[in-house]
Design a binder for this molecule. Structure first.
Ligand code: GDP
Length: 431
């Protein structure tokens, strides 16, 4: 039984918390895409943690955490992240790394940084983790797969020679930066080999066996639908697919094995980086929501950057929920909205004088203005409530209105950052 946990929006929906919670009743948790460029914040009995590369299940001793083939594997980062857990008394988790994962190299981070600097004011707002150069190289077939570290040295050296030749043209003539050296690249790879060797295995075969044994597998997505390179707000997207169906590819399991897609939806909007953000709010209104948002404010888990804030966007979220193939929705951070007298929701986009409920391509999105509908607030703190019926009526009305808008059943309502702050709900949603 495979369940995917993915985001409907721009990321930071609270997937880490939901994964951490669902991991309790799982055997295996798999990261299938992305790298250390986005973070999950998790609060549990060991304290508060920001994980970037490790799956959110690493806090349980009964789970195995898998770094799938689709991930951008930054090996020193992985080792440091493991150490940061054990330094804080978290038992060493069981980790497996796919022998087909590709390696994020130090020069990927450099190229990301140089390119952002070159683009200056027109940059993508990259986290400079090397993700775009990494995936570019993977698809240009000049990336290094983990398995190659354990293969023929001559073949590896030949490949390094070719890669260094290509990279140095850019370094010399475009960026005017120090050149790569073949021996140094080889040495780096050999160091990585020693670091990663204890964890490397054929994770697809491992998952195949686990599926046959009826194990419960969670696929943990990073970012959200709107950052998908095909279906998101291109080019302000990430460089690997954020959609649940890609989970099959990035983990190495059959597509049909994914039976449940839990899409995490945030009760308001936040985004990082550049790009159109139709329901965005500014000034004091945004500052207030940012300050109260999430757990300790809406600031990037990786960069500490203040997130851009906005009202719930039903147009973007319905689309995001649809693209994920959602079977159920977890609605998060609803407790944060308790201070508002009225809560605006973006229910349509006005583009060139026409109102639409369909999420458009980027050039049209840039022109969209939000059509807002306002809901009465509930003006109280709903943390600690455990039964859906005990939520204030206006809060339930808000949740049920969102459910109608996004056209998918909301089965979980998260009303606090803690692992057990969740309200399960029978949804009577029918399309
Ligand atoms: P992810 O990348 O999707 O996991 O998202 P983040 O790590 O950015 O999570 C959003 C933030 O909201 C984190 O600080 C979580 O601890 C916090 N959070 C998650 N769910 C809730 C919730 O229901 N209420 C509140 N107040 N905070 C939450």
């Amino acid at each position: 039984m495979v369940k995917a946990i993915v985001g409907a929006n721009w990321g930071d929906e609270g997937k880490g918390k939901i994964t951490d919670m669902l991991a309790e009743e799982s055997d295996i948790i798999v990261r299938f895409q992305g790298g250390s460029n986005a973070g999950h914040t998790i609060i549990n009995d060991y304290g508060k943690f920001a994980l970037h590369l490790l799956p959110s299940g690493v806090f349980y001793d009964h789970t195995t955490s898998v770094i799938g083939n689709g991930v951008a594997l930054n090996i020193p980062y992985l080792i440091n992240e493991l150490k940061s857990l054990t330094d804080r008394n978290v038992p060493m988790p069981k980790i497996l790394v796919s022998d087909r994962a590709q390696i994020l190299m130090p020069y990927h981070v450099d190229f990301d940084t140089y390119e952002e600097a070159r683009l200056a004011g027109k940059s993508f707002g990259s986290t400079k983790s090397g993700i775009a150069p990494f995936y570019s190289d993977k698809y240009a077939k000049i990336g290094f797969q983990v398995s190659e570290l354990f293969g023929d040295e001559k073949v590896l050296r030949d490949k390094i020679q070719n890669v260094v030749l290509l990279k140095n043209v850019m370094l010399e003539h475009l960026y005017h930066k120090p050149l790569l050296n073949e021996d140094e690249v080889f040495e780096t790879l050999m160091q990585y080999k020693d670091m990663v060797a204890p964890y490397v295995t054929d994770t697809s075969a491992f998952l195949h066996k686990a599926l046959k044994e009826g194990k419960r597998i969670l696929l943990e997505g990073q970012l959200g639908s709107l950052k998908d390179p095909d279906h998101g707000i291109y080019p302000m997207v990430t460089s690997s697919s954020t959609l649940a169906p890609y989970g099959a590819i990035g983990a190495g399991i059959p597509a049909g094995a994914i039976q449940d897609v839990v899409t995490v939806v945030k009760a308001y909007s936040s985004a990082v980086g550049a790009g159109a953000f139709v329901s965005e709010i500014f000034g004091d209104e945004a500052d207030e929501l940012r300050k109260r948002g999430g757990d300790g404010g809406e600031y990037g888990a990786t960069t500490g950057r203040p997130r851009r804030m906005g009202w719930f966007d039903a147009v973007a979220t319905r689309y995001g929920v649809r693209m994920q193939g959602t079977t159920e929705v977890a609605l998060t951070v609803i407790d944060v909205l308790g201070y508002l007298d009225e809560i605006p929701v973006c229910v349509g986009y006005e583009i060139d004088g026409q109102v639409t409920r369909d999420f458009p391509t980027t050039s049209l999105l840039e022109k969209a203005k939000p059509v807002l509908r306002t809901f009465p607030g509930w003006k109280c703190d709903i943390r600690g409530i455990t039964k859906y019926e005990d939520l204030p009526e206006n809060c339930r009305n808000y949740i049920e209105a969102i459910e109608q808008e996004i056209e998918a059943p909301i089965t979980m309502v998260s009303n606090g950052p803690g692992r057990h702050e969740i309200i399960h709900r029978e949804s009577s949603f029918t399309k």
